[in-house]
Design a protein around this ligand. Structure first.
Ligand code: GDP
Length: 522
């Protein structure tokens, strides 16, 4: 098969949701389709007490949550499916955000009994901003939930995206009868177990379905459906691929019900890898030369080996184990021989990979998040990964001053991995760590102690508002603890303002100083 054919059969996506909406349950069902696992319940064992391979670190075990993203891949029909798991815990949005740069589409799960929840909004907005196609699965139809029309309206209003219901539920909870599969023009009957019956629309008037068709719930819903056909938005694959319309599927991941229809339709509609922006213009997936970028670095997935693994998204060409590649940032050539592919239950060595695939590369401490690897003489870099705004800031020091060396080393590596964001006070050097949530600090403390043997002290600075400055406008006299002058990783200056009021006061007082908001999402 040519590189183009291989790329065209790749479907690389992430499943995002608010915790408890049903991501694990749905993922398990998809893995069953891929024959990757034999029975559900092996992905995340928080209920059974067993821990899955995606719960790598001790802290994950203790809390029973998945802290870091994992990748699963399996063949399905003619496709090669790559699912990037994202931590469901709201404290880990930074990692989740970055995973979104490596996917071609996103499946968003919404709990029908709850509607859109806080974290969902943030993640959705990142997808909207980046134009990532979003597919919505409204889950838990086997329970009494909110009205379908209500849920759609909420999605449209809160997330500012058109919706197109691909199917329409008939009843809910105890009255749940099934769904009208509008896309495939069939009624899918819920039998209260894993079996579902498919009845093409034109066979619904046959006598054997009379009981179903004559029920009040069915009648009511088919009226509703008629209205939807007339008054609702038209379906447009083009709008979906631009991220302007989201196809909505109703179902139950647990039953399971509607999952097969959802997945079959989704997989046909979801985009293949598309060209990506680089310093060399758009790079086509079918380009001969291999290229890709690193979106995540993870240390010590196997505590016995203390290794670091960089996750690379293949963007073009064919990857072959042992090939020579160039790290674009340094122009250094080297051989890629230790590569792993991640499956739910084991780590296998990858021999070849194509655009859309995610591979884990052994990292002898040379990679950074956002690095581009290319094959061949001509080197280019993919667009920088966006930095996401930390919401909390803490000053960090080593408990034991004699450990300054390990302290710096630990911080440096965790920053490179993207586990935390580091800012350095100026002109008096101090270390300030930015994170999206409290739990990130717990992970930081734990890893500093366990991997670098340094106990740290963290002192909260509360929520701060970061604004960047132009170098020529920096005047250290204007800043103090309240509005703290710091440098970021690139040695750019920024100010961490105490609050909105302090920021506005400063703006009034120094109208000539440009304050720049570098973050993509706010
Ligand atoms: P995650 O946190 O998003 O991964 O959610 P889980 O998949 O762990 O599910 C959270 C809870 O909701 C679990 O108790 C599931 O059994 C339950 N759940 C998931 N899907 C459904 C569903 O379709 N119907 C019902 N009734 N419960 C569900």
């Amino acid at each position: 098969m040519s590189i183009k054919d291989e790329a065209n059969r790749r479907k690389t996506f992430a499943i995002i949701s608010h915790p408890d909406a049903g991501k694990t349950t749905l993922t398990e069902k998809l893995l069953l389709f891929g024959n990757l696992i034999r029975s559900a319940g092996t992905v995340k064992g928080k209920k059974s007490g067993k821990f899955a391979t995606s719960d790598w670190m001790e802290i994950e075990k203790q809390r029973g949550i998945s802290v870091t993203s994992s990748v699963m891949n399996f063949p399905y029909r003619d496709y090669q499916v790559n699912i990037l798991d994202t931590p469901g815990h709201e404290d880990f949005s930074e990692d989740t955000y970055r995973t979104l740069t490596a996917v071609d589409s996103v499946v968003m799960i919404i709990d029908a009994t709850k509607g859109i929840e806080a974290q969902t909004i943030k993640l959705f907005k990142v997808c909207r901003m980046r134009g990532i196609p979003i597919f919505t699965f409204i889950n838990k139809l086997d329970r009494e939930g909110r009205e379908p029309l209500d849920l759609l309206e909420e999605i449209e209003q809160v997330l500012d995206i058109e919706t197109f219901p691909m199917n329409w539920p008939v009843g809910m909870g105890k009255r749940f009868l099934g769904i009208f599969d509008r896309h495939n023009k069939q009624f899918v009957k819920y039998n209260g177990n894993e079996e579902e019956t498919y009845i093409p629309y034109d066979q619904l008037d046959s006598p054997e379905h009379e009981e179903l068709v004559s029920s009040a719930t069915y009648q009511e819903t088919s009226d509703e459906l008629e209205l939807l056909d007339e008054a609702g938005d038209d379906y447009s694959l083009e709008a979906v691929l631009k991220g302007e319309q989201t196809p909505v599927f109703f179902g139950s991941a647990l039953a399971p019900f509607g999952v097969q229809t959802f997945f079959d339709t989704f997989i046909d509609m979801a985009p293949n890898p598309t060209p990506r922006k680089s310093t060399d213009g758009l790079v086509n997936p079918e380009t001969e030369e291999f290229s890709g970028f690193i979106f995540k670095i993870q240390a010590n997935m196997n505590p016995a080996h203390r290794d670091r693994v960089a996750f690379l998204r293949v963007c073009s060409g064919k990857f072959e184990r042992g090939m020579n590649v160039k790290l674009a940032r340094t122009d250094k050539l080297f051989k890629l021989s230790q590569t792993q592919q991640f499956v739910a239950s084991s780590r296998d060595t990858v021999e070849v990979a194509y655009p859309g695939d995610i591979i884990g590369i052994y990292d002898p401490n040379i990679y950074r998040i956002g690095d581009t690897l290319v094959e061949g003489k001509d080197s280019f870099e993919y667009d920088e990964l966006p930095q996401f705004p930390p919401e909390l800031f803490k000053k960090v020091t080593a408990k034991n001053v004699m450990k300054a060396k390990q302290f710096r080393k630990g911080i440096e590596q965790l920053v490179q991995e993207g586990a935390i964001q580091l800012f350095r006070g100026y002109p008096m050097e101090s270390f300030i760590i930015g994170a999206v949530g409290e739990l990130q600090y717990e992970v930081f403390e734990y890893r500093m102690k366990n991997e670098y043997n340094v106990e740290v002290m963290l002192e909260s600075m509360g929520e701060r508002i970061p604004r960047w400055l132009k170098k020529e406008q920096v005047d250290t006299k204007l800043f103090d603890e309240r509005n703290l002058l710091v440098k970021d990783r690139e040695d750019e200056f920024l100010v961490l303002f105490k609050n909105d009021f302090a920021l506005r006061w400063f703006e009034d007082k120094h109208p000539k100083i440009d304050l720049i908001d570098l973050f993509e999402v706010n």
